[in-house]
Design a protein around this ligand. Sequence first.
Ligand SMILES: *Cc1c(COP(=O)(O)O)cnc(C)c1O
Length: 457
Amino acid sequence: MDDSVRRHKYMLTEDEMPTTWYNVIPDLPSPPPPPLHPGRMDPVGPDDLTPLFPMDLILQEVSGERYIDIPGGVLDVYRQWRPSPLFRAHRLEKALGTPARIYYKYEGVSPAGSHKTNTSVPQAYYNKKEGTTRLTTETGAGQWGTALSFACALYGIDCEVWQVGASYDSKPYRRLMIEAFGGRVHRSPSDVTDVGRGFAADPKNWPGSLGIAISEAVEVAAKDPNTRYALGSVLNHVLLHQTIIGQEALLQMQMAGDTPTLIVGCTGGGSNFAGLSFPFLREKLAGRMDPRILAVEPASCPSLTRGVYAYDFGDTAGMTPLLKMHTLGHDFIPDPIHAGGLRYHGMAPLISHVYELGLMDAIAVPQTECFAAAVQFARTEGIVPAPEPTHALAAAIREALKAKETGEETVILTALCGHGHFDLAAYDAYLNGSMVDEEVSDARFAEALETLPQVVG
Ligand SMILES: *Cc1c(COP(=O)(O)O)cnc(C)c1O
């Protein structure tokens, strides 16, 4: 790479935007284990899922096709903010004094300020096509709720959101953004669902969790034939929609004349990480490049590094199919850290499977290190990151500093999956010194695993 050029931004034209999503499953050495029906304990079929999802999304969930066409109507909406920019972090590199080259794909340019619109738009589109009049969902930090509320506004669908209590209390501006787009927000656990009333009875559940909020949204969708449920991460079809990120990034890295040696992303449920890394995993499996693929999770909710690989419920009340995934147990209530989008007890079955196959690595990082990285990033690159991708930035900085020691050629690619404009309270906590790193005891992890469902085989 000729550094005298010092190009900062790599942009694709609208015509260069990929028109298919990439499904990694046919390229893997083995397929991931199927979801199981919680009562029958056999693989779920499409009929089991129709109360919750439209058929187009169910078919994508189980698809064996390598490429799936993005509908024209969805491409039209994507073009409002896609293709998204790829930046070379020259000023951060200089501040670190590293020979490593650092690139970041920025998804904060979307109307919701994160990557979540890449899937909320197609999910609302397919639901509209099938006559859905209302969508229910959970939201943690509020990014997914914002993205779905925006997409529902485009297609004239009512949107009802259960927001995790801790985030509802600490992030009023995300709630207001959801409401500005027309969505209705409940603090979870709420008193408008049976499961919510049950959980609210125990003060331990008062901060809420993504697992509880999912149970509430699923209950409402299951009871009404015109209402369906939308999930913002974890499931195959969600990861699929996010692959537009990595496919664009592949083209942009070509423009930069560079090949990543490390792809690093934050993982809550795994969707932005999969979206960036799966197209590169395709290239790795085909022997065309060999990047290390690294997931970064919060130390207080480390499903890959400290969870078990087992069948578990996707929600806390045990209403969803059983998913084979890395899990901390569906009863695990993570500490209310600032990266609300990473407070999920499980990891996407597809990411968990790729991890089990040994095709990627994972580490956990405490939040104060993440915010130190975020502040350094903001002061050099000029973007205030969402609390979630600060985990990836902290790991990227660790690796860039390592490259300084070893002199090994290091080309880092990361997803800056959202901006932090509504998360400034978290920056306040960091800057005024009140942010702490809570150690989670082995006993607490062990306790939550006691209630894993028993699955034979
Ligand atoms: C939702 C969210 C996450 C966590 O979800 P993934 O599915 O793991 O991507 C991370 N970052 C941002 C900005 C989010 O909105």
